[in-house]
Design a protein around this ligand. Sequence first.
Ligand SMILES: [Zn+2]
Length: 218
Amino acid sequence: MKKNYRYIGFSDHNPKLKDLTTADKKKILSKRRDTLLQAYETFEKQASRREGVSVPKMYIGLEIDIRPDGSLALEDELLDMLDYAIISVHSQFHQDIETATQRILSALEHPKVKIWGHPTGRMIQERSGLEYDWDTLLPVLKQKDMWIEVNASPRRLDVPDDLIPKVVTAGVPLVINTDAHHEKHLDFMKYGVWMARRGGAEAKDVANARALKQLRLR
Ligand SMILES: [Zn+2]
C-alpha cells in the first residue's frame, strides 16, 4: 500500500529440504497458502477502516529451481496450487551454451510456468553467469506467452541491459522484480526500472507496469 501498488506477488523458493515427498511438499505449500491468505484477510480488514486506500491484490507464486538437466524442483501437480510460477537457475553455472539452452527449453515445457527469473544467473563482480542461444529461446518464450524477469537486486541486475533490446524486439514482455528477501528490498524496484530503461524498454514492454485487468497470469 505504501508503494501504491495495485497488486503484489509472493514468490518464496520451492521447498528445498532433502528427501521431501510430494505429499510433504503439498502440505508445506498449502500451509503457506493458508498463512498468506489469513494474513491478507487481517490486513484487508484493517485497511478497509481507512479512507481512500486501495488494498493491492495478492498473488501467491513460487520461484522454482531449474535443475541442471532442465527438470523442475517441483512436481507438475503441485504447480497447480500456485497463481503463477517463476523458474530460475540456482546451480551449475558452468554449462556450455548448448547444454544451458537445452536446459531452459526443457524447463519451459511445463505449462504453468510464467516467468523466467534472473536468466543468466550472473552475480555482479562474483560470477558471469550462463550464456544461451537467445535466437532459439526467445521464439519459444513468445509462443508460450512467458515473461523474462529484470531482477532489480543490485547484486544481479539480470537480465542485463545489453540483452533487453533482443527480448523487447522478440515481443517477450519483461517483468521487473525486486527479488526481495526483506521488506527493505522492495526499494530495489528503481534499479530494475533503470536497467530496463537503459536497455531501451518502455512501460508497454513491462508486464507489471500493466493495469491489473491486463495482467493475465496463468
Ligand atoms: Zn532466484
